[in-house]
Design a protein around this ligand. Sequence first.
Ligand SMILES: *[C@@H]1O[C@H](CO)[C@@H](O)[C@H](O)[C@H]1NC(C)=O
Ligand SMILES: *[C@@H]1O[C@H](CO)[C@@H](O)[C@H](O)[C@H]1NC(C)=O
Ligand SMILES: *[C@@H]1O[C@H](CO)[C@@H](O)[C@H](O)[C@H]1NC(C)=O
Ligand SMILES: *[C@@H]1O[C@H](CO)[C@@H](O)[C@H](O)[C@H]1NC(C)=O
Ligand SMILES: *[C@@H]1O[C@H](CO)[C@@H](O)[C@H](O)[C@H]1NC(C)=O
Ligand SMILES: *[C@@H]1O[C@H](CO)[C@@H](O)[C@H](O)[C@H]1NC(C)=O
Ligand SMILES: *[C@@H]1O[C@H](CO)[C@@H](O)[C@H](O)[C@H]1NC(C)=O
Ligand SMILES: *[C@@H]1O[C@H](CO)[C@@H](O)[C@H](O)[C@H]1NC(C)=O
Ligand SMILES: *[C@@H]1O[C@H](CO)[C@@H](O)[C@H](O)[C@H]1NC(C)=O
Ligand SMILES: *[C@@H]1O[C@H](CO)[C@@H](O)[C@H](O)[C@H]1NC(C)=O
Ligand SMILES: *[C@@H]1O[C@H](CO)[C@@H](O)[C@H](O)[C@H]1NC(C)=O
Ligand SMILES: *[C@@H]1O[C@H](CO)[C@@H](O)[C@H](O)[C@H]1NC(C)=O
Length: 497
Amino acid sequence: MGASHFQMELANLAKCLLLGFMILWIQIHGNKGCFEAERSALLNFKKFVVSDGADVDHLLSSWVDDSMSDCCKWERVTCNSTTSHVIELFLNNTRQHDIDSESFYDDENIWFIKLSMFQQLKELRNLNLSYNVIGGFIDYDEELKKLETLDLSYNHFNDSILPSLGALTSLKSLILSWNWMEGSFPSKGFERLEDLDISSNWFNKSILSSLGALTSLRTLKIGWNNMEGSFPIQELNNLKNLEMLDISYNRFNDSFSFEGLCKFKSLVELGLGGNQFSGPLPECIGNLTNLQVLDLSFNQLSGNFQSVVSKLTSLKYLLLSGNEFEGLFSFSALANHSKLELFLLSSGSRRLELETEHPTWFPTFQLKSIALSNCNLNVRTRAIPSFLLYQNDIRFIDLSHNMLFGMFPSWILRNNSKLQVMNLMNNSFTGTFHLPNYKHDLHMFDISSNNITGVLPKEFGLVLSNLLRINMSRNNFNGNVPSSISEIQELYIGFIP
Ligand SMILES: *[C@@H]1O[C@H](CO)[C@@H](O)[C@H](O)[C@H]1NC(C)=O
Ligand SMILES: *[C@@H]1O[C@H](CO)[C@@H](O)[C@H](O)[C@H]1NC(C)=O
Ligand SMILES: *[C@@H]1O[C@H](CO)[C@@H](O)[C@H](O)[C@H]1NC(C)=O
Ligand SMILES: *[C@@H]1O[C@H](CO)[C@@H](O)[C@H](O)[C@H]1NC(C)=O
Ligand SMILES: *[C@@H]1O[C@H](CO)[C@@H](O)[C@H](O)[C@H]1NC(C)=O
Ligand SMILES: *[C@@H]1O[C@H](CO)[C@@H](O)[C@H](O)[C@H]1NC(C)=O
Ligand SMILES: *[C@@H]1O[C@H](CO)[C@@H](O)[C@H](O)[C@H]1NC(C)=O
Ligand SMILES: *[C@@H]1O[C@H](CO)[C@@H](O)[C@H](O)[C@H]1NC(C)=O
Ligand SMILES: *[C@@H]1O[C@H](CO)[C@@H](O)[C@H](O)[C@H]1NC(C)=O
Ligand SMILES: *[C@@H]1O[C@H](CO)[C@@H](O)[C@H](O)[C@H]1NC(C)=O
Ligand SMILES: *[C@@H]1O[C@H](CO)[C@@H](O)[C@H](O)[C@H]1NC(C)=O
Ligand SMILES: *[C@@H]1O[C@H](CO)[C@@H](O)[C@H](O)[C@H]1NC(C)=O
């Protein structure tokens, strides 16, 4: 009897304890709202933006000064779901300018911000301040010790901010593209950087020696700067982990520095486009078998690239347009490039010939973009490349200026339902034009200067109702323009059948 009474007491006690624990647990974990200090730091930032004259009603409208409002749920804010600390802030284009308009960069849009406004955000890992036209920092913040990614692209910063950024000791990824920087780049403080993007500034190549000291770098983008002459590749010799190097659209002009590039065996992306590199492509490039992206376009490269390119079977994007290549390139060399998505070789070089039919081969790839304009394609047979019969994912195709002969390939449009741009101008295609039997999303269509006959199908404008640009002039169409053309909005027509 006494024993069972004692058992009941014990059970009650256990219930009480359990309830107590539950209440305590809810108090500790249930309120997952953000921290007050972080909330008010964010509100201060909003006040600052607003005081700058921005439109308060539309700007950061979920950031409200209400103690019940959980700042982890605000727009542009990410918290760690366990700790509830703010870890990411997407303050890109905070003032919501039209970044495509020319006035975006007007001097009157330049403003200055205090980095110290973020100092309460002690766990911040990722800060995006891109597209803000910021002219500089009024002060710096030594506190952002955990910041790993800082995106300052599309602003008006000059290089005077660089030494202070070196104090951000956890920084791994720094994006400074589209600013107004020139002068030198301090290597001190940036030793841990893994990704650096300084493209579209005014740096000259004297900074390469400091960049060469950043031995943790995996990606380095220095395109669109003010660099010219020979490319001092030896300055980068210590960057053993480099996976992506982009030096495109400078004015580098030598022919030898490629050899030095071949030592970077981990390279996955290499962008050399838009320089003045000359001479034949060195064979050793074929040893960079990890390459997925190779952009050599718009240089003055000569010789034949077949043996190099055929070894690079990991390639996804291969850009070769606008060079002075020579000799015969047989497309069969790409037969086993199963990852290839983009192949651009619009040439203009009279001495290059492209053959797609001999020897016989079958593609293992599904291309998304292909440009073979003006490159002496199949000069003997004048046949449209038959590997295209196996493609059904093409979005962009340009086979213009090739003297190709045969029935107009309406099947390209029918087979590739995602096709957006189709340019077959200045060939010798004959026969009639057939529409696909479904509504197609094609945007741009140029089949001018061929020999296509017949009447245009009357459903033309219904099937291709998303066309923005069309040119069918200089063919042998007869009959009238079908009235369904009027279904197409915003059409830009060069259309004199
Ligand atoms: C959130 O914080 C916990 C504890 O500090 C950490 O283990 C986890 O990796 C963090 N998660 C994210 C997404 O940062
Ligand atoms: C800011 O950047 C993020 C990440 O790229 C993007 O998802 C978001 O749309 C951008 N916000 C604005 C206003 O541009
Ligand atoms: C920052 O925002 C811009 C603009 O939306 C975006 O393009 C960029 O990828 C973002 N940066 C990072 C590091 O996420
Ligand atoms: C760099 O920007 C700062 C403002 O952040 C300005 O005071 C300084 O004059 C600028 N320096 C140059 C060389 O333009
Ligand atoms: C490159 O920039 C550095 C630092 O601003 C300058 O001292 C040097 O004269 C510049 N070199 C050239 C060739 O313009
Ligand atoms: C390369 O550019 C430098 C500097 O612009 C120039 O002095 C030199 O003559 C050029 N060399 C060649 C081979 O074009
Ligand atoms: C490619 O690498 C192999 C093995 O590392 C080497 O023997 C060969 O000489 C290299 N080829 C070229 C053209 O550099
Ligand atoms: C592609 O791979 C097949 C099968 O492994 C092989 O027979 C053929 O020679 C390869 N083609 C090229 C161009 O490397
Ligand atoms: C493309 O169309 C041609 C002609 O109708 C057809 O033989 C071929 O199988 C089609 N290819 C694909 C990938 O749909
Ligand atoms: C048409 O293409 C040929 C090469 O096939 C080229 O020589 C010619 O200049 C092109 N015509 C026009 C008007 O572009
Ligand atoms: C078009 O066909 C006509 C008649 O068959 C021919 O005379 C003319 O040369 C052809 N034009 C082109 C551009 O192939
Ligand atoms: C249409 O194509 C013809 C011949 O290819 C060209 O002369 C004409 O300028 C083009 N028209 C438009 C509007 O692009």
